[in-house]
Write a protein that binds this ligand. Structure first.
Ligand code: HEM
Length: 438
C-alpha cells in the first residue's frame, strides 16, 4: 500500500491498535497475529517473516511486521518508516564470549520485537513477582508498526580487545575531518550501533531500550538520536517527504526497486573484501551525521535564495528551470538572467553523480528537534543516515565536495558523526556476531 494520500495526522494515529484496524487498510493476517499482547508463537513469527526484503512492489501497511531475516538486513532498503531511534554503544567488557553471547541474545529479542512480540517469551509478567519483567512493557498492545532493527559495528570494535583486528573490513575506517565540522565528541563514534525504525515512536524506543537493557554490564550507551519524520524515500512506492527547510528530500535517491543501483552503490560485493572482512559481503556501511539546521536564519531567507541554495523549487521539488519533481536535472539549462538555472554552488548540483564521477549513496535520514540551545534557537536539524558500499569512495568525496562549495553550509553545521559496518542479513537459525567472529 502506498502511503500517498494518508495524511500526517492519520500517520500519527498509528499507536492505537483499535485505530490502526480502521485507519490502515490492508493490514496482513501476519500483522494481526503479531500484535503485542497476543500469544505470538515462534511459528507465527515465521509466518510474519516469510517474504524477502530486498524488493518491494508495494509499501507494507504501516502497522505490519517487516521480515527480520533475509539476504540483507532490514532497515536499509525497507521503505523508510516515519520514526527513528538510533543509538551508538560502547562495549564495556573485555570478555569476547560475553560480547558474542549478547549479539546472540540481541538477535532473539530483535526477531521477536520486529514480529510484534515482547522482547522475551516471559513478557511483562513471566518472570514472576520477584524478578524484573523480561520486557519493559511500554509497547504491550501495540502492533509491529514496521519495526526494523539494524545493527552495525564501528571501527573501534576492531582494536585489540576482542581479537577482531584481523577481521576488520578494509573499507571500515574512521571518517576524516571535513572543512566546517563542529563535531561534539559526545555525539561521535561508537563500538556498535542499533538503528531502530518504526511507524510508531513508542515501538522504536521500546526496541532500543530493551536491547540496551539486555546488554547491561556488556555495553553502555555512548550517544543516541531520536528522529521524527523521514527525510528520504527509499522506495518508489513512497511519496517524497520534506525536511525542516521545507523542501522535498529523497527525490533522487537510490531506491529499493533499483537492484543494479543497489548492487553498484549500496551492497558490499564479495570481491570488495578479499581478506579478513569477507564476512561483509551483502552488508553495507552506514554513515551517520547529526546536522544542525539554523532554521531561524533560513526562515528569514527569501524563497528565491532558498531555491537557489538547494537547486530545486520549493513546492514541486523540480530541478530549477524544469517543471516536474522527477525530471532529470539539466545542469546546462540557462536561467532568466543568462546564468545557469541551477547555480554552480547549489546543493543538488554538487551532490549529483554527474559531478562526482558517478558516485551515489542511499540516504535514509530523519528530522530532529532536541529542545533549544539556551540562546533562543531550536536545536533542530537533519539526522543524516546513508548506506553505501564503501564510505571512503562514496561519502568522503561527496562530503568533501559539499564542504568546499555548497551554499547550504551557511545554514547548517555538522556536529555528530560516525561510521559502522552493517553485516549482511541473517539466514534461518543464524545470529548476529556469527559471521563477524567466524
Ligand atoms: C541538513 C543537511 C542537508 C539538507 C537540508 C539536504 C537537502 C537536500 C535536498 C532538499 C535535496 C533535493 C531532493 C533530493 O534529490 O533528495 C538533496 C539532495 C541530495 N543530497 Fe542533501 N541535504 C543535506 C545534507 C546532505 C549531505 C551531508 C549529503 C552527502 C554528503 C547529501 C547528499 C545529497 C544527495 C546525493 C542528493 C541528491 C542529489 C541529486 O542527485 O540530485 N545531502 N538534499
Amino acid at each position: 500500500m502506498s502511503d500517498e494520500g494518508l495524511s500526517r495526522r492519520r500517520l500519527l494515529g498509528v499507536s492505537g491498535t483499535a485505530a490502526v484496524a480502521g485507519v490502515v487498510a490492508g493490514a496482513t493476517t501476519a500483522g494481526a497475529l503479531a500484535q503485542r499482547g497476543n500469544a505470538v508463537s515462534r511459528g507465527d513469527e515465521a509466518t510474519a517473516a516469510g517474504a524477502p526484503t530486498s524488493t518491494a512492489a508495494t509499501a507494507p501497511a504501516l502497522d505490519a511486521p517487516i521480515p527480520f531475516r533475509g539476504e540483507h538486513q532490514a532497515g536499509i532498503v525497507t521503505p523508510a518508516q516515519d520514526r527513528l531511534h538510533f543509538v551508538a554503544l560502547d562495549v564495556v567488557t573485555k570478555d569476547r564470549v560475553q560480547l558474542q553471547q549478547l549479539l546472540e541474545d540481541w538477535t532473539r529479542a530483535a526477531e521477536r520485537m520486529t514480529a510484534g512480540a515482547e522482547a522475551a517469551p516471559g513478557g511483562l509478567v513471566g518472570g514472576g513477582p520477584n524478578r524484573a519483567p523480561e520486557d519493559t512493557g511500554e509497547a504491550f498492545g501495540l502492533p509491529a508498526s514496521g519495526l526494523t532493527i539494524t545493527i552495525g559495528y564501528g571501527p573501534s570494535l576492531f582494536d585489540d580487545r576482542f581479537g577482531l583486528a584481523s577481521r576488520r573490513p578494509a573499507a571500515l575506517q574512521d571518517l576524516p575531518a571535513f572543512t566546517g565540522d563542529q563535531l561534539d565528541p559526545r555525539r561521535t563514534r561508537g563500538d556498535l550501533c542499533i538503528q531502530a525504525c518504526a511507524n510508531d515512536p513508542q515501538v522504536a524506543v521500546h526496541a532500543v531500550r530493551n536491547l540496551v537493557r539486555l546488554g547491561f554490564g556488556v555495553v553502555a550507551v555512548r550517544w543516541s538520536q531520536l528522529g521524527f519524520g523521514r527525510t528520504s524515500s527509499t522506495s518508489t512506492t513512497q511519496a517524497t517527504p520534506r525536511n525542516l527547510f521545507g523542501f522535498k528530500d529523497g527525490t533522487n535517491n537510490v531506491k529499493a526497486e533499483e537492484p543494479e543501483g543497489l548492487a553498484q552503490h549500496v551492497w558490499v560485493a564479495p570481491q570488495d573484501e578479499p581478506h579478513g572482512g569477507a564476512w561483509m559481503a551483502g552488508g553495507s556501511y552506514l554513515v551517520a551525521r547529526r546536522i544542525r539546521m539554523h532554521i531561524e536564519v533560513w526562515d528569514r531567507t527569501s524563497l528565491q535564495e532558498q531555491e537557489d541554495v538547494i537547486g530545486r523549487d520549493k513546492k514541486e521539488g523540480a530541478p530549477l528551470g524544469q517543471s516536474k519533481e522527477f525530471d532529470t536535472p539539466d545542469f546546462s539549462r540557462k536561467g532568466p538572467d543568462g546564468g545557469p538555472a541551477i547555480p554552480v554552488n547549489a546543493h543538488v548540483r554538487l551532490a549529483h553523480e554527474s559531478q562526482l564521477g558517478g558516485i551515489r549513496i542511499l540516504r535514509r535520514g530523519y528530522n530532529f528537534t532536541d529542545g533549544s540551545d539556551g540562546v533562543g534557537h531550536l536545536d533542530a536539524g537533519l539526522f543524516f543516515v546513508a548506506y553505501m558500499r564503501n564510505p571512503g569512495k562514496q561519502f568522503v568525496p561527496m562530503q568533501r565536495a559539499l564542504a568546499k562549495a555548497d551554499v547550504l553550509n551557511e545554514y547548517i553545521e555538522h556536529n555528530g558523526s560516525a561510521v559502522f559496518a552493517c553485516p549482511p542479513g541473517l539466514g534461518d537459525g543464524e545470529h548476529w556476531g556469527k559471521a563477524l567472529f567466524g
